[in-house]
Design a protein around this ligand. Sequence first.
Ligand code: ADP
Ligand code: MG
Length: 293
Amino acid sequence: ATPTSIMVGTGRAAEIGVLFRRGEALQSLRDAAVVAVDKTGTLTKGRPELTDLNPAPGFEADEVLALVAAVEARSEHPVAEAIAEAARHRGLSLGEAENFEAVPGYGVAAIVAGRRVEVGADRYMARLGHDVAAFAEAAVRLGDEGKTPLYAAVDGQLAAAIAVADPVKETTPAAVEALHRLGLKVAMVTGDNRRTADAIARRLGIDEVVAEVLPDGKVAVVERLKDGGRRKVAFVGDGINDAPALAAADVGLAVGTGTDIAIESADVVLMSGDLRGVPNAIALSQATMRNIR
Ligand code: ADP
Ligand code: MG
């Protein structure tokens, strides 16, 4: 590609809200065969809401919610905001959380009013040695509805099954369709529950799902998709834990509403949260690069 054609191409991209931080990315984007996309905050709004809270025998819903919300008040995970909002909505007063501990990709724990409160995914409960079998059926149903099942334990006892749901952005279905029309495969990469991820992917017609990926595992997913360099991979994400994958991909595209570190690690920035910027930029790269060959 000539410098002039790259300038013209990236200039046109800027007009539609797609910022190229590296001009060479225009060429890599044209050659992309698969677009791997982070789920939370990229395909979805990243603002989940609490939808379910089923207390275990011997516990009350508001009691568990207040304890869990006190812990989540210390966390910055989107799930934490959903739980805090639900507690506010019910007018619950929250205790102080001490000895707060976050285990990335698993969950959070703290001491609230002298009680040890733990909240997180099933793998967090498994790691802590808490049996979640009593809620297994409910978790399957919630996952199949596209909700994320979580669990709370109080003083070592399973206290509730909780679910949060993060709505898909209005523009995401059209973005996935447009990528398919351009002949690309779309893969979802997420730390979320497998059934939840599958349910959302099914709705969107996404081709491949890699779920329950630990925060440091997204690079390995990108490397696998690259298939030893035989396939060009674009990665789209917004979070701190997307930064290494954005750098490892042939082209990294950050959502402009995302974290600074994701934006700094990306080749391309989508100025709004609208994923249609991805197929638009690919179509533009194909048109620009075709002209000059
Ligand atoms: P994602 O943002 O894709 O869900 P993460 O790696 O941040 O991926 O988290 C993976 C899973 O760990 C979450 O889906 C959730 O089940 C659990 N988790 C992480 N942080 C928290 C938290 N603060 N509260 C409850 N659960 C959490
Ligand atoms: Mg995200």
